[in-house]
Ligand binder design. Sequence first.
Ligand code: 6R9
Length: 646
Amino acid sequence: MSEKVYDVSAEWAKRAFIDQAKYREMYARSTSDPKGFWGEQAKRLDWIEPFTKVDNASFAPGNISIKWFEDGVLNVAWNCIDRHLDKRGDQTAIIWEGDDPSQSKHITYRELHDEVCKMANVLRTRNVSKGDRVTIYLPMIPEAAYAMLACARIGAIHSVVFAGFSPDSLAQRITDCKSKIVITADEGLRGGKKVPLKANVDAAIAKASGVDWVVVVKHTGAAVDMNPTRDFWYQDAAEMVTTECPCEPMSAEDPLFILYTSGSTGQPKGVLHTSGGYLVFASMTHQYVFDYHDGDIYWCTADVGWVTGHSYILYGPLANGATTLMFEGVPNYPDNSRFWNVIDKHKVNIFYTAPTAIRALMQSGDAPVKKTSRKSLRLLGSVGEPINPEAWEWYYRVIGDERCPIVDTWWQTETGGILITPLPGATKLKPGSATQPFFGVVPEIVDADGKVLEGETSGNLCIARSWPGQMRTVYGDHARFEQTYFSTYKGKYFTGDGCRRDADGYYWITGRVDDVINVSGHRMGTAEVESSLVAHDAVSEAAVVGYPHDIKGQGIYAYVTLMTGTEPSDALRKELVAWVRKDIGPIASPDLIQFAPGLPKTRSGKIMRRILRKIAEDEPGSLGDTSTLADPAVVDDLVQHRQNKK
Ligand code: 6R9
């Protein structure tokens, strides 16, 4: 734990929207008068019909209901595009940087308007209308932004599926929300490698019924199979439509998007976000956390397949009339200087990335960084997992040349936007701490019984009251929403994260306390990996846990019991890794597989994951109480054959 504190510089306190005094004053108001506070903040958007009610939220058991600005009417695409046209028609909205460093383009707000209208009209010609679900399975190309905003424009609900997911994962998500249309590309491109997106969609649709149309964006130009009654090229269809498409008036509580995310049990959940509150929150957090001023060049390196891409590549920045950079590639292609070269090429001022990328780049030393200038940089951000103080210091010292504050932003798919974070002109920084709550956010640390702990303490992180960006439900399963987030600690939203609060009231997120693992900032449910493994003929049982991994933050450690008569081998180990990779996607590939003749179970048959975690962490000396095990002998074998001996 780092003891270092970095003060806010005088220059930052002066230039930022929010200094320390203002933070205190606004935070106090946001909690003492939330209606007044959020009612004023919501004026940052254009409303077709103004709202009269601000918040209407209940976390009461049996009656979980979250509404913000509920009688207001607006359109999200209007707020992200049309309302900027008078003043910013010729300003760049999106800078697109391709995987190939020679490829980039600038898209103005006017061009964005025309492209989004074309995409929206193409969807309309296929009878997509308000409330319909549209699955988007695209690489990081401008059409991904056009497709999302086109849905928002006509009131359709987008479900973006990360292009690294397998056909099976895609099929599951198409089926869950009953999409009739999928938007994809011929191929994706990452680090010079091609990803067969259209072929993946074909394989997914073979398993998911109900898809009437597949829109295919020509990207690499590869030859792909086209089903003449179902598939069509986007570029051809776009030539047949106009660049005008009216915005559908939407209630603030009409859904904007579904985004699937992993939980501790079962299949991924469709996290549902709505229109008004989400956009108010995304816009406000983007402005204040990144201190975004007109003319700044802002770059978030996430993929639009994750919530960070939704809120902080697209919706927050565009609602603020920003210039946002969208990057198709990866940090180490063509070489380890890529991020820093892109920063110099486009004069990026604000850079937002994940700790896993920082740790990976740190391994190749300072030289690839130091040969670039980075003098345009002013602010750095981190998201996705706890950032260890060593990586924080390197980010600060080597990337930011000790000039740029780092905002370590804690939030979740479910929260819609940033909840705990420094504000660069207001908050002293402690490496490794997400620091203080954003406006309107009331964190509580509770013990296992739900007792609220005061002062310097640690426990489970809850949020005591609603904020506008909060998810509204699990798509199609409100009971699961209540069960997952509001049943552990009654009357509070439970985040699933552990947390410490220090003597200064700073929050330190310690990672998940449930069966979710965070691999390179991507959430994986252990149950998902387990069910994939047991689907293999050779596997009788599997238990999956996370373990500390130098670059990924957490790695995936799988204990596998084979069918009687099947012999363990390295070949089988490789086969199982490939199996999961194909079944779910590369991010779910187990890093280590241990063949286990038996798993540690209680007499009632429950797997004791606590013990499996300790063995995976290479701490066989601290297994704790093993007296409730049905067969204590299995543990000796597991310890002896552990895969992570240091
Ligand atoms: C935005 C995003 C959410 C989980 C969350 C937590 C971890 C995210 C963090 C962080 C420590 C940070 N997490 N940001 N942990 N410090 N700054 O990542 O959403 O993919 O839903 O993941 O990620 O464990 O619960 P999501």
